[in-house]
Structure formats: structure tokens, C-alpha cells
Design a protein around this ligand. Structure first.
Ligand code: B4P
Length: 188
């Protein structure tokens, strides 16, 4: 089994690159953002519980996302591997993921580095095009702050475990994808 975490701040291109990697390497793409948005659009009990926090740019509680991910891993059974997009976002989630995957292969972490001005430009543009509830100026600022406080510390967590590779996340989607492919092919 081969597992990857695509890591980076909001708007770094995680979803965009994860989809391409998933197709090329036959990995199951698990996006917690997409899974949570599905719960909200179906207005399930979880969806009703998380919609306000998501719309404000806050993080959904660890228990909820951990359970969603654990269920998806179990449900998919025998697969070539997973690409995790938007998970983990806290140290607690990272520790849980290592436990979930302990019997298979611990994931390689590919970190997309993008400057904050570029992130804000991308997210505002997506907000105009897709109307996503959390892609507005006030919420974007909150998401970037939460990323710095709660998610960025994971970079040290993975660097200490020698599983972190950082890649320049600026440029065209294809250029970035080529950089990621080089790293994946080196490790596979
Ligand atoms: P996500 O859906 O993960 O939101 P995101 O971080 O903004 O998405 P992403 O980073 O994938 O966007 P992408 O770069 O692809 O999470 C949404 C919310 O769900 C969170 O705020 C939180 O509330 C909740 N949540 C999710 N996971 C959670 C967890 N584990 N724990 C707790 N809460 C959780 O795309 C950005 C834009 O840039 C796109 O429009 C794209 O087209 C564009 N783009 C991509 N690459 C580009 C490039 N190279 N150049 C120019 N534009 C580019």
C-alpha cells in the first residue's frame, strides 16, 4: 500500500493536485472538506452540526473528522492506497491517522508552499466562481489564521519523522503536478 497526505494552507491547491495524483497512481482520494460539504448539502445530523463552523472558517471537531476518515478507510478495504486531502489538520488528527494506517504504510507528506497573497487571490476567485460559503474575505482571513495556529505545527511533526517533502506550489497546475510526480516517483 502507498499512502500520501497532500498538505498546505487553504487554497494551496490540495484538492486540485490530489485529484490528478489519485487518477495517475490509482489512489483513493479522501477530501475531508468534500466529505463534510456532502454532509451539509444532504442536511444529515453531522451536516447540520458542522455547517456553521465551516461557514465561519473554523475547524470541525477532531472526533467528527476522525470518525469520517476511519469509516472511509475501512469501507475501502483492499486498495492500492489513499491520498488524504485536508486531513490531518491538527496534531491529534495526525496521531489518529498513524494509528488507522499502522498496519499498512505510513503516508508520505507532500507540502505545497504558496505565499499568502496568492492564497487570498485564489480563494477570492473561487468564491466568485463557485459561491462556496467559506470563500469570502472575512472567512479566508480566519482560515489562514487557524491554519497558522493549528495546522502548520504539523510540518514539524512530520519533519521530525522524516516524512515531509515541501514543493513549490506556485506556477501552473501542470508545473506543480510535475514537481509532485518527481517526488512521488522517487519514493515509490
Ligand atoms: P477544504 O475543502 O479542505 O478547503 P481548502 O483548504 O480551502 O481547500 P483546498 O486547499 O483543497 O483548495 P484548492 O487549493 O484545491 O476544507 C474546507 C473546510 O472544511 C475547512 O475550512 C474546515 O471547516 C473543514 N475541514 C476540512 N477538513 C477538516 C479537518 N481535517 N479537520 C477539521 N475541519 C476540516 O483550491 C483553491 C483554489 O485555487 C481553486 O479555485 C483552484 O482552482 C485554485 N488553484 C489550484 N491550483 C492553482 C494554481 N496552481 N494556480 C492558480 N490557482 C490554482
Amino acid at each position: 500500500m502507498f499512502n500520501i497526505i497532500i498538505f498546505g494552507p487553504p487554497g494551496a491547491g490540495k484538492g486540485t493536485q490530489a485529484q490528478k495524483i489519485s487518477e495517475s497512481y490509482n489512489l483513493i482520494h479522501l477530501s475531508t472538506g468534500a466529505l463534510l460539504r456532502k454532509e451539509v448539502s444532504k442536511q444529515t445530523p453531522i451536516g447540520r452540526q458542522v455547517q456553521t463552523v465551516m461557514a465561519s472558517g473554523g475547524l470541525v471537531s477532531d472526533n467528527i473528522v476522525d470518525e469520517i476518515i476511519e469509516n472511509e478507510i475501512k469501507r475501502n478495504g483492499q486498495v492500492a492506497g489513499f491520498i488524504f486531502d485536508g486531513y490531518p489538520r491538527t496534531i491529534h488528527q495526525a496521531e489518529r491517522l498513524d494509528i488507522f494506517l499502522a498496519s499498512t504504510a505510513l503516508p508520505l507528506v507532500l507540502n505545497l508552499e504558496v505565499g499568502s497573497e496568492e492564497l487570498i487571490t485564489r480563494l477570492k476567485l473561487r468564491g466568485q466562481e463557485s459561491g462556496r460559503a467559506d470563500d469570502n474575505e472575512k472567512t479566508i482571513a480566519n482560515r489562514l489564521k487557524i491554519y497558522t495556529e493549528q495546522t502548520q505545527p504539523l510540518l514539524n511533526f512530520y519533519a521530525e519523522k522524516k516524512r515531509l517533502i515541501s514543493v513549490n506550489g506556485q506556477g501552473s497546475i501542470e508545473e506543480i503536478y510535475t514537481r509532485l510526480q518527481e517526488q512521488i516517483n522517487n519514493k515509490k
